[in-house]
Structure formats: C-alpha cells, structure tokens
Design a protein around this ligand. Structure first.
Ligand code: MSP
Length: 518
C-alpha cells in the first residue's frame, strides 16, 4: 500500500462559533481532497479543534462549566458545521482526546531526553486580570499599560524553552533548497526575510499549572502544562501516529504492534493555513519535526483572509458573515462556489452581498443551471429523454477543458480550474443559442441535426458533472441523477468524450439553482 496524499487544515479554536474564514479554509481543503480522490489518489484529510489554553479555560469559567463540558458542547457545533459544508474529512481531531495527548507526551519526553529543552526564569510584566505576560508592544505611548489590563506587576516565572535558535541556519538552507515548501512564493520570501533578519528566540513550551491547568501535563514535570501551540501543531502527526502510520518514526508511535500500512500518510503533502499563522507552521513546526526525527511536510499552503464590506470581520462589531445562514438560504454549493471562484489561494478577499448574489445569478443560475435545465428539458421534449447517437462537435473544446482542469487541479489552482470549467459552460450555452434546437425541432428535415445538437449538449452536461464534483458535490450528483446515471460523478477518468450511449434514458430535469428575485 503506497503512501496516501495527506492534507490538513488549521485546527480551529473552540471558543466561539464558526465564521466565513473557517468555512473558506475547510472548503479549500475539501476540494483538494476530493480532487485527489477523483484523480485516483488515496487521500487522508484531517481537520479538527484546538481545545486547550487560557481562553478556553476562561470562557468555560465565565459560563460556569468545566472546560471539558464547554469543549464537548462546542465540538458538537463544529462537527455539525463540517457536515453542513459536506467536508469529506477522514478524521476529526480534538486536542483533548487521549489519543492526541498520549502522543504529545511521547514527543515531549523524546525531545526532553534529547536535551532540546532547558528551564529558565523569565522576568516580565504580568496582567493579573488577563493572566498574561505583556510585552513592550502593549505599552501606551507614555510607557504605562492600558487600564484594561488591570493591575500590572513584575513577575518571575520559570518555564521550559525549546532550543529553536540552534536550527535557524538549517531552516534557511532547507527553505532555499525546497522552494515548494511554502506557497505562494511571496509567503516563502516573507519567511526567509524573517529568518535572515532576526535571531530566533527560543520557544517557551510550558505554562505553570498553578496559573493555567487546562493543557496537557508535561510528562517530565507535573508542575507544568504544554503551551497551546506546541500541543496544537503536533496534531498533524499525533493522529497518523495514533492510527499506526508506518511513515511516523517508531519512537513516536504509541505501540509498534499497531502498525497500519493502510494508513501510511506521513509526511503531510499540504498543511493548509491562513496567513496569520504562517510563522508557527513554516518556522516552529519544521524545527519541531526535525528535532523529533520526523520527515518534513511537503508544503505549507497559505491562504488569505476574508473581509466583509472592506472591514475586518469581528464579532464585537457584528461585521461577520455567518456561513450557516448563507447555506440555509442559498445552499452549500453556492457558498463553496463563491468563495473559491471569487478568491484565489493567497490574496485577501472581500465578501459583499451584492458580489455573492451577482455570481449566484450569472454563473450558477443563468450559467450552469440554465444550460443543464434547457439541455435536458429539450432532450426530454424532443426525444422522449433518449440519448441520440454520438456526435463529436464539441469534443475538441471539451477535451481541452478536461486537460486544463486536470492540470490545474494537480497544481491546487482551484480558481483557475473553475474558470476553465466555466469556459465550457459558456461555450455550451452559446452553442444552444447558435444552433437553436427549438427551431430545428419544428422542421422534420432537420431531425438529424437536432440529434447531433442534443447529443453534444447532454454529453457536455455529463462531463461538467464530473469536473464539478470536487467543488459542487451535491449539484454534480444531481446532474448525474437527472442524466439517469447512478451514483456520484466522483471519478475524473469519466471526464472523456463519448461515454453516453445512444438510447440511454435520462431522468427528470429539475432546476439546480432556483432563481431568487431579491
Ligand atoms: N487554533 C489555531 C490554529 C492551530 S493549527 C495547529 C487558530 N485557530 S483559529 O480558529 O483562530 O483560526 C483557524 C484558521 O482560520 C486559521 O488558518 C485562520 O487563518 C483562519 N481564519 C480565521 N479568520 C479568517 C478570515 N477572516 N479569513 C480567512 N481565514 C481566516 O489559529
């Protein structure tokens, strides 16, 4: 069994409800995972929740709940959200699960035994109200701290530190030798710039349990819990390790006897993350892995951030897009389509209701929806739903789009793939207008020409279903159903001209995207 393609997302903080930014990242990962499977590659797609840390402990306390009860309630919300987005994740990690915690402790013990940690006293300014250390950046222009921090005291705290500095030059060399490691390229340059112009500070990996106990206890010192980022980043390898992945170094796996060659996934092919957490993934994480003796992931793929109406999304100002409300009103495929068609993986995007509605109406309802509905309705009306004999008029254009889409999917260029697919939608709609089958139908002498036109349109609809499946799985499956084809169009190999056979009977046409008069 060969190694599977392995894609991960950031694991979301559990203290709150999902918003558009979370939905966007998970949808990108899902489309990449579905594309790989469609192209015939075994895939493993992991997403999940980051449940430890001070914020969760405080939020739970504020609601009078234990942190675990608080996390359990919200985890149900986030899992339901993943299902609502129609994600095909193979596993869902929660960092409070024993399977994760055990491996984190194994990693910590190993690094400790290898002398990667040291203990040191840190002296700094500490806000007792917020229970956090402040830095110079938190000072007001006059040098004092904002009253919102409450009483600020100078505090000595002893903690464990991870020797990042020792690996700095190695990481620079690694990123230079592996240009694909961080994508897009401007994000790689950002990381290299940071590494070349700063001396890395060693990473504090602990918090005293007396101050924060909602975390994984350090296996070598019960007075401390693990710093939340060390805990969270590890999820990418703890879950494969807990499944018995032979790609994970034996020393990190719970038991050698649980080896599971079916689940050979490590190293990850893609860690998909937002731009704000680039440093954690492109600096801390590779160094942690190197110190563990584990192979490095192939790529950290960095997406941009969504704004709404040109402003940062923020719960406190109410400026947010609630993806659940969008799905309830417009359908999950409309949301999946909009975010991927509007925004390439990399730059920032801006959500406006007008922009969303414009794409829905032009590209989904009037573009794809209209093409499929009129093509299948005409086949039903003029030929009683029976596919005529094959004709190849649109074959060269369809084959070109198929080849282009394949190449773009292999490069994770999702926006480009949608553009290519829509060039076929547009071409086929023009073909209807130019060939005017409704006129041909009135002239019995043109019956053969009508057969040709109907075959070309029906076959384009079938191919579109296959190409669209990773993006719009529900819509693609409905197109298949209306074509009278069983199952889901989930194999890219079916995207080739001439598969529909003469005489095949299609199902009942129905609108894919209801028009909304808003
Ligand atoms: N828990 C950490 C990640 C740990 S990964 C080992 C975290 N969580 S988060 O909930 O704040 O963010 C999760 C992901 O959502 C991040 O990749 C982040 O960039 C992304 N987004 C959060 N807001 C976003 C937008 N407004 N737009 C796009 N993505 C955004 O960070």
């Amino acid at each position: 069994m060969s190694k599977r393609f392995y894609i991960t997302t950031a694991i979301d903080y559990v203290n709150g409800h999902p918003h558009l930014g979370h939905a966007y990242e998970k949808v990108i990962a899902d489309v990449i995972a579905r594309s790989r499977r469609s192209l015939g590659q075994e895939t493993f797609f992991l997403t999940g929740l980051d449940e430890h840390g001070q914020k969760v402990q405080q939020a739970a306390l504020a609601e009078g709940k234990t942190p675990q009860a608080y996390c359990d309630e919200l985890a149900a919300v986030w899992k339901a959200f993943a299902a609502k987005l129609e994600l095909t994740n193979d596993d869902f990690v929660r960092t409070t699960e024993p399977r994760h915690q055990q491996v984190v402790q194994t990693i910590l013990s190993k690094l400790h035994a290898n002398g990667q940690f040291y203990k040191e006293v840190y002296r700094g300014f500490y806000s007792t109200r917020e229970e956090t250390f402040l830095t110079h950046k938190d000072r007001l222009p006059d040098g004092t701290f904002d009253p919102s921090w409450g009483k600020v005291i100078e505090l000595d705290e002893e903690n464990y530190y991870f020797r990042l500095k020792d690996h700095q030059q190695w990481l620079i060399d690694y990123i230079e030798a592996n240009p694909e490691f961080v994508a897009p390229a401007y994000r790689r340059n950002e990381v290299l710039g940071f590494l070349k112009n700063n001396v890395l500070e060693d990473l504090c990996i602990s918090r005293p349990a007396a101050r924060l106990n909602w975390g994984i206890p350090l296996p070598f010192d019960s007075g401390y819990v693990t710093y939340v980022w060390f805990d969270a980043l590890s999820n990418y390898i703890t879950i494969p390790a807990s499944h018995g992945d032979p790609g994970v170094p034996a020393a990190l796996r719970p038991q050698a006897s649980t080896l599971n060659p079916q689940l050979s996934v490590w190293p990850a092919d893609i860690h998909l993350v937002g731009k704000d957490i680039l440093k954690f993934h492109a600096v801390y994480w590779p160094i942690m892995l190197k110190a563990m003796g584990a192979p490095l992931p192939k790529q950290v793929l960095v997406h941009g951030w969504w704004q709404k109406d040109g402003q940062r999304m923020s719960k406190s100002t109410g400026n947010i897009v609630d993806p659940v409300a969008v799905i309830d009103e417009w359908g999950v495929d409309a949301l999946r389509f909009y975010v991927l068609r509007e925004l390439d993986i990399g730059p920032d995007g801006n959500w406006t209701e007008a922009g969303f509605k414009a794409r829905y109406s032009a590209e989904l309802a009037n573009g794809l929806g209209n093409l499929v509905n009129r093509s299948l309705s005409m086949l039903k009306r003029y030929r009683n739903g029976a596919v005529p004999k094959a004709s190849n008029e649109l074959a060269p254009e369809a084959e070109k789009v198929i080849a282009e889409t394949r190449g773009l999917l292999e490069q994770n260029q999702l926006q480009g793939a949608l553009q290519s697919i829509w060039s076929l939608v547009t071409r086929a709609n023009q073909y209807v207008d130019h060939t005017a089958p409704f006129k041909l139908a009135k002239d019995p002498a043109k019956a053969e020409r009508l057969d040709e036109v109907l075959y070309n349109l029906t076959e384009v609809c079938r191919i579109l279903a296959v190409l669209l499946w990773p993006f719009l799985p529900g819509t693609a499956t409905r197109i298949y159903g209306q074509l009278g084809l069983p199952g889901a169009p989930d194999k890219f190999s079916e995207a080739r001209w001439g598969v529909l056979a003469a005489g095949h009977s299609i199902g009942a046409p129905a609108p894919l995207f209801p028009r909304k008069d808003t």
